[in-house]
Each structure stands twice: as structure tokens, then as C-alpha cells.
Design a protein around this ligand. Structure first.
Ligand code: FAD
Length: 467
């Protein structure tokens, strides 16, 4: 069957995966991308050098036939390695065993692999085409500019905006018919720093433990198979491993107050903050001052829209529709779920674009709103609760109840990370479970003090079996 041509704006993670999935289903796909071809020009990233990939994202990659390629670039992360103020560390596993882990992948390599796969499947990419505006008549006219400012116009039946949080297609749609856009800033920003691979440490700065590891032929300065966190109450650092041995460190701070990006506003102030609060991380970041001066403060916000599509003419997907804060490591994972859902809907109803767009929004918007809420909650958990005994007791009890009632109790993080249960369902079950955990742990300090037989009865009474 001859299919309508499909136009995607943005060859980022979601646009490139969507292009593959649609092309595999016989659609003719063209993707317009603002940047130059990363395979020729090198990847011009700009933010978060690596990302955590979990089951939802992996599922999309599996359908695209990309698992082997991507897993060869990924580093396993078994859990959160918490670095306490006194210097001791503890691993809080994400799941039961190594079948429940997440993966750190390089954004640049993943994006390049996705573009390669889409092109091999038959999608056409046009690089150096920044969408500058769009008119929505009976047809859609997309107005692009290249790097030199030369205009290019393209008429298409409809367009899909995968052009990220600052989507130009969204702005054009919103100007035609308001989408109910609300952008809620988090009030905290981030700055990226680097722990180099051991062979890349300047010799004079290598800490003794790292020197010993280097002598043993190792490449990672700290445990590679973990997501490292330095929780400090209102702020934190995290570090994710890169396959070649380095770690990308992200410092999250409020925008105002003390400390904040207002007070920590120079390389010297950054060093003073690390000396005080992240003392065990400091020797691992030899270029702290240079990284701090070179990298911008990233902005964090949640995007909410009342409408994701303009009848049959335009649809938003991925961050363009629902950018979220990064604390659940789910933005890309959620965007990949979008791509799978949209490709399936197009395949099922190729001749009714309006119905596809409406159904896509109906299915995905409640889930995007649920993961947006959970990602905001997770910031408090990561920066604060992982060092809080009451939280750790609830977590231990959750583990125990999950073992005793696998058919009714699954920790919320596990539902989000290791399953494809709709986010909205994971969110609702999580609320009921959390209420129960708080009730059962109230007044207790140790799991041994909790009456597990009574807890079992309450689980059966209050939690529905999983479908
Ligand atoms: P993008 O990746 O932003 O891609 C948009 C594409 O559109 C880009 O290629 C861009 O160049 C192009 N474009 C933009 N404007 C135009 C235009 N006008 N014309 C043409 N092309 C255009 N998610 C996870 O799942 N796990 C994580 O661990 C994780 N960590 C994160 C850490 C940080 C600090 C941040 C900020 C985000 C993190 N995310 C994570 C979220 C993830 O980065 C996003 O959800 C994901 O990149 C969304 O993909 P996208 O394709 O929708 O948008």
C-alpha cells in the first residue's frame, strides 16, 4: 500500500527512533534537523553527555532492532552508590538482582546510532535545516533556514514535532491555536563536570587509590556499575559512567539561596563548595575550575500542554510535548514509548491522521503527566531522602513486601524502571503503597519491630492484584 509521506522535525533521540519505526512499517519518512550531520561534523550535544536507559527505552530499541548496537555502548548501573558526608559509601540496589538494572549510554553515540539505523531502514535526513516557522493552511508550510540564514520552504500534509523542549513547531502551532502551554521552572539548575578515565588523569593530580587502580590496568576511578549520588539535602551531585572510563558529574543546585548558582558563581566558589560538601569527589575532578568555567548552567523545568496536536496537521512528541525534570532518568525512555505508540497507531490507521493524533494524545498525555510528577518527587528522594533513616526503613519494608506479595506490591521505582506498566498506573499504585508503608513504619526504627503478619493482611486488603 502506498503510504502518506511523514515529515518529522528534529533528529534527536525520539525523532530518529520514530523515523526508524515508521520506515520499517512502510512509511516514507523525511526528517529535518537543525544541526549538521553528527556523523560528519561530530556530535554537538550541549547537555547531559550520558543518559540512563531503562526497560521502556530498551523496548523501543528492541523493536527497532538496535539492542546489540546500543548495549555494546552501554555501562550497567546496578543501583545508587550513595556517598555520605562522612565519606562512607553504600550501594542501594535498584532491583532484586542483575536482571533489574539500568544502563548508562552516551547521548551522542546513541543519537548517531539511531540516525544510522533510520537511514538504513530508508528514512531521509536533511541536516542544517532549522525550522523557523510554519503556516497551517489546508496544507502545512514549513519554513526552514540553514546556518547561513538561507530560507527553504516545504509543503507537507502534516508535520510531527520531535524538536525538543524549545520546539519551534510547538511555538508555531500555539500561535495558530493555543495549546494551553505552561512551563514550570524547577528553581534549580545543573552544571556538568568530569571525572576523567584513569589513563587521562594528569599525573600530578591522580589520587593514590586511583593510581593503584591504574597500575592494575583499570580505567574507572570509582565503581563503574553504579549511579553515584552525593545527597546533601537541598542539593546534590550525581555521576554516571561512560564506556571509555570517565564519569559525567552533574552538580544540581538551587538558582537562589545559599548555596546556589547565585553564590557558587565562580570556579573558586565551586572549589570551596566541593571542599566543604563533596570532599571525596573533589580529588576525582582534576579540571573542576576549568569545567565549571566552560560549562553553562542548565535550566530545568516541566512543560505541560492541554493539547498535543492541531487536528490532522501537526503533532508534538517527546520533549516537545512533555519535557520533564531528569530525576527519574525517564525523559528519553518516555519519548521512546511515545515513538512506539505512534508508529503502532499509524500502522493500524494509516489513512486517518486526525484519528491517529487524537488517539496518541489520549493514550500518552496522562502517562506523561504521571512521569512528570514522579520525576519531580524523585529530586527530593535523591538529594535528601536516600540519607534519611525513615525513608530507608520504608524502602526496606517495600522490598520485603515485594518479596512476600509479588502479585500485589512492586516498589514504584521498579514499576517505572523495569516494567512497561503505564506510568499513570504506576503512579496510582505508588500512592497507595506509600500510604501503606508510612502507616506500617510509623513509630518504628527497625524492620524487626514491624508485625509482618499484620502487614501481609493490610497488603491483601488495600492493594489490588496486578493485572
Ligand atoms: P531532543 O533530544 O532535545 O532532540 C531534539 C532535536 O531537535 C535535536 O536534534 C535538535 O537539534 C532538533 N531541533 C531543535 N529545534 C529545532 C528546529 N527549530 N528545527 C529543526 N530541528 C530542531 N532521559 C532519560 O531517559 N534518562 C536520563 O538519564 C536523562 N538524563 C537527563 C539529564 C539531563 C541533565 C537532561 C536535561 C535531560 C535528561 N533526560 C534523560 C531527558 C532526555 O534528554 C530527553 O527526554 C530527550 O533528549 C528527549 O528527546 P527528544 O528527541 O524529544 O528531544
Amino acid at each position: 500500500m502506498k503510504q502518506n509521506p511523514i515529515t518529522i522535525v528534529g533528529a534527536g533521540l525520539v525523532g530518529a527512533l520514530l523515523a526508524t519505526l515508521l520506515t520499517q512499517r512502510g512509511f516514507s519518512v523525511t526528517v529535518y534537523e537543525r544541526r549538521h550531520d553528527p556523523r560528519v561534523a561530530g556530535y554537538a550535544g550541549g547537555r547531559s553527555i550520558n543518559l540512563a536507559l531503562a526497560e521502556r527505552g530498551l523496548h523501543g530499541l528492541r523493536l527497532a532492532g538496535m539492542t546489540d548496537t546500543v548495549m555494546s555502548l552501554a555501562v550497567m548501573m546496578r543501583g545508587r552508590m550513595v556517598h555520605h558526608r562522612d565519606g562512607h559509601t553504600e550501594l542501594l540496589r535498584y532491583g532484586r538482582d542483575d536482571s533489574e538494572v539500568i544502563w548508562s549510554v552516551s547521548r551522542g553515540r546513541l543519537n548517531t546510532a539511531l540516525i544510522d539505523a533510520a537511514e538504513m531502514a530508508g528514512a531521509r535526513f536533511v541536516f542544517d535545516r532549522r525550522l523557523a516557522g510554519a503556516n497551517f493552511g489546508d496544507e502545512v508550510t514549513l519554513r526552514f533556514e540553514n546556518e547561513s540564514g538561507e530560507p527553504h520552504e516545504q509543503r507537507v500534509p502534516f508535520a510531527i514535532g520531535a524538536d525538543g523542549a524549545g520546539s519551534a513547531l510547538r511555538a508555531a502551532m500555539n500561535a495558530t491555536q493555543p495549546l494551553g502551554e505552561r512551563i514550570e521552572p524547577l528553581g534549580h539548575g545543573y552544571k556538568e563536570l568530569e571525572i576523567p578515565a584513569l589513563p587521562d588523569f594528569p599525573a600530578a593530580t591522580i589520587p593514590p587509590a586511583a593510581a593503584a587502580a591504574l597500575a592494575r590496568g583499570e580505567r574507572f576511578a570509582i565503581e563503574p556499575n553504579a549511579l553515584h549520588i552525593w545527597p546533601r539535602g537541598n542539593y546534590m551531585c550525581i555521576a554516571l559512567p561512560n564506556a571509555e572510563g570517565s564519569f559525567t558529574v552533574t552538580l544540581f543546585l538551587p538558582n537562589a539561596g545559599n548555596p546556589s548558582f547565585e553564590t557558587v558563581d565562580s570556579p573558586a566558589a565551586a572549589r570551596a563548595l566541593f571542599e566543604r560538601d563533596f570532599a571525596d569527589a573533589l580529588p576525582l575532578i582534576p579540571e573542576l575550575e576549568k569545567d565549571f568555567a566552560a560549562n553553562p548552567v542548565g535550566v530545568l523545568a516541566t512543560l505541560y500542554l492541554d493539547r498535543w496536536h492541531l487536528d490532522r496537521r501537526a503533532l508534538l512528541i517527546g520533549d516537545a510535548a512533555h519535557a520533564i525534570v531528569p530525576f527519574h532518568g525517564q525523559g528519553m525512555n518516555c519519548g521512546f514509548e511515545d515513538a512506539v505508540e505512534l508508529a503502532q497507531l499509524f500502522a493500524a490507521t494509516p489513512d486517518d491522521t486526525a484519528a491517529v493524533f487524537a488517539e496518541f494524545e489520549r493514550r500518552r498525555r496522562p502517562n506523561a503527566e504521571a512521569i512528570a510528577a514522579m520525576a519531580l518527587e524523585n529530586y527530593v528522594e535523591m538529594r535528601d531522602s536516600v540519607a534519611d533513616p525513615a525513608f530507608l526503613l520504608r524502602r526496606e519494608l517495600a522490598r520485603s513486601l515485594a518479596e512476600r506479595h509479588p502479585d500485589r506490591f512492586v516498589p514504584r521505582d521498579s514499576m517505572v524502571t523495569f516494567t512497561r506498566m503505564p506510568y499513570a498506573e504506576a503512579f496510582a499504585r505508588g500512592v497507595a503503597q506509600e500510604r501503606l508503608l508510612r502507616e506500617l513504619t510509623a513509630g518504628h526504627e527497625r524492620i524487626g519491630d514491624i508485625d509482618l503478619a499484620a502487614a501481609d493482611a493490610k497488603v491483601r486488603e488495600q492493594l489490588e492484584p496486578l493485572s
